[in-house]
Design a binder for this molecule. Structure first.
Ligand code: HEM
Length: 415
């Protein structure tokens, strides 16, 4: 497998059979990210295009604002559980948006099932980590094979919940994307069953693709702020100068806060949650940088290496937001953000993810101060820049102190 460090050359590959077989084995055939490039994939992509384009995701802003404000309150109430609070917030944004299913508690039964399914998937998807998955017959394993029941529940349970709300006539009060889309279907349409399945697939894929990735980026931001207090102060000074201290920043303030935007952009660069993106297969024999890539070769787009390209990013391992304040400024459009991938398989939920992460960055900066924790003798606890391995990577557990920065957190309205 060849690492590809030039994103421009990656667009001509398609997701690999290896990825697809392993996803099928775990019962993940609904996953849009692993579908081959064909008509079925195009139909799913169209659903994303209609419902997750910039104008469409504006409707989701109230949910994002609410769930991120809840995150701030949770961080203040039990700062030692910050990792769990970030999980709850990212799960809640997706589940409320897609299914109208509000995750109020951290021990929510659905989340438990979903986490089991995701852990299993992580094992299946590390090539070579689970050799049986690479055998051709593996895809014919029965649906009762270990783990498949969790995958099925991940799809079925929230969908059933949304449909029950609809049948009870609650869809208007608990609005959700799934119920809105199902309502638009005509039951006498010959493609009704297929269209319904596509809505289900889109919703489950969004949980799969959008939850842990967003969590990882928010944790990266918290790690960066803990390690770089001067940057945190500079961003907070900008917020105080532009917004003042009598209200909380909102999405409409984004363009007035270039330094906060630069912090956001640097967070997105510093550690891509999916460092090897998703694997591709060369559709035709190709030459790149003196390498011959035969047709059918599995190729990993090395997002990690791209984010460390010294010709673009001076001292790439350092967290330096100023690098985005050059002549073009930090507001250069979402397609410049490498961590969302590229080409026709670029992340389909990137506008939603972008808004969730920005809201978390600006809200935490406005209300909280993140610092290194102190031990019982008053010495700072060492914090390391250290990440887990795997398909999706997270900062390894670290300790930090989280305190109110001032009275700003009191501006958060109770639900
Ligand atoms: C910060 C959060 C996120 C990151 C870092 C991220 C990153 C990625 C990456 C790297 C890919 C593969 C792109 C490629 O192969 O070129 C991808 C694909 C995808 N993402 Fe995201 N993603 C995030 C959030 C989301 C959200 C919130 C959703 C859904 C609402 C979503 C839905 C998808 C889908 C459906 C695909 C598959 C696209 C396809 O194969 O056509 N992602 N994402």
């Amino acid at each position: 497998m060849l690492p590809v460090n030039c994103w421009r050359s990656v667009g001509r590959f398609t997701p690999t059979d290896l990825f697809t077989t392993m996803d099928e084995l775990g019962g993940w055939h609904f996953n849009v990210g692993a579908m081959p490039y064909n008509d079925t994939w195009r139909k799913h992509r169209r659903l994303y295009q209609q419902n997750f384009r910039p104008v469409a995701v504006q409707k989701i802003q109230p949910i994002q604002r609410r769930k991120i404000h809840d995150l701030v309150i949770n961080l203040l109430n039990s700062p030692e559980d910050f990792d769990q609070h970030v999980s709850t917030a990212t799960e809640a944004i997706i589940m409320t948006t897609l299914y109208g299913y509000d995750i109020a508690k951290t021990d929510d039964p659905f989340v438990e099932v979903a986490e089991k399914a995701m852990r299993l998937r992580a094992i299946f998807l590390i090539p070579g980590s689970f050799p049986i998955s690479e055998l051709p017959f593996a895809k014919y394993l029965p649906s009762w094979a270990p783990g498949c029941e969790y995958t099925k529940e991940l799809q079925d349970r929230p969908f059933k919940f949304a449909m029950e709300q609809k049948s009870k006539g609650k869809a208007a009060s608990i609005s959700s994307l799934v119920t809105d889309l199902v309502e638009q279907l005509q039951e006498d349409d010959p493609d009704y069953a297929q269209k319904l399945q596509h809505i289900r697939n889109m919703a489950s894929t969004s949980y799969l693709a959008g939850n842990t990735t967003t969590k990882s980026v928010i944790l990266t931001f918290m790690l960066a702020m803990t390690l770089n207090p001067h940057i945190q102060t500079k961003a907070q000074e900008e917020i105080d100068r532009v917004i003042g201290t009598n209200r909380l920043p909102d999405f409409s303030d984004r363009e007035k806060l270039p330094y906060v935007e630069a912090v956001y952009r640097e967070t997105m660069r510093w550690y891509p949650p999916a460092p090897l993106g998703t694997p591709r297969k060369a559709m035709q024999t190709d030459c790149y940088n003196g390498y011959c890539i035969p047709e059918g070769t599995t190729v990993y787009p090395n997002l990690w290496a791209m984010s460390r390209d010294e010709t673009l990013y001076h001292e790439p391992h350092q967290f330096i937001p100023e690098r985005f304040l050059d002549s073009s400024g930090p507001f250069t459009g979402i397609n410049d953000i490498l961590l969302f991938g590229f080409g026709r398989r670029v992340c389909a939920g990137r506008y939603l993810a972008d808004a969730s992460v920005w809201m978390a960055v600006v809200s935490i900066l406005t209300t909280l101060r993140l610092e290194k924790a102190k031990d019982v003798e008053g010495n700072e606890v060492h914090v390391e820049w250290n990440y887990t391995d795997g398909l999706i990577c997270f900062p390894r557990q670290f300790r930090c102190s989280i305190t109110p920065r001032g009275p700003q957190y009191l501006l958060i309205s109770p639900e």
